[in-house]
Design a protein around this ligand. Structure first.
Ligand code: HEC
Length: 118
């Protein structure tokens, strides 16, 4: 016989589920691609001085989580700013990298710091 309740709730749940699935499948690859592109920028542009998240020029100014926090660089915005404008012996990259590349490499640095560059 008819069971209107089941027939009505089932499609709704399906729509909610499919929407969530769509959102995650759209967002996840973008996030992964950002980090992958950030890694490429890091390897070609930053690793010369910051290999393994260190700093061969200024020992205390590494990209490790503790140093980033101590020196005020533990956010994507702060890292993007120092990359764009440079500071002391670190040159500015706003002429050489696109805003997107700067954003990607900042995400990458923060992510690696959270993983302790392991
Ligand atoms: C020529 C060497 C060199 C290169 C290449 C370089 N940096 Fe730096 N970086 C430095 C130096 C030196 C400092 C310390 C600046 C200061 O005196 O505060 C620094 C500081 C930083 C800091 C702040 C760290 C802290 O704990 O204070 C971040 C974040 C950073 N660099 C990210 C990057 C990224 C990302 C790139 C690549 C786009 C890059 N750097 C390329 C030399 C370099």
């Amino acid at each position: 016989m008819k069971s209107p309740l089941r027939i009505q709730t089932h499609p709704n749940l399906k729509i909610v589920f499919l929407t969530l699935l769509l959102v995650f499948s759209l967002v996840a690859p973008v996030w992964a691609a950002d980090l992958e592109k950030g890694a490429q920028v890091f390897d070609t542009t930053c690793a010369g001085c910051h290999i393994n998240g260190g700093n061969i020029v200024r020992r205390g100014k590494t990209l490790k989580q503790k140093a980033l926090e101590r020196n005020g660089y533990a956010t994507v915005e702060a890292i993007a700013t120092i990359v764009a404008n440079g500071k002391a012996n670190m040159s500015a990259y706003k002429e050489r990298l696109t805003p997107e590349e700067i954003e990607n490499v900042a995400h990458y640095v923060l992510q690696r710091a959270l993983e302790n560059w392991q």
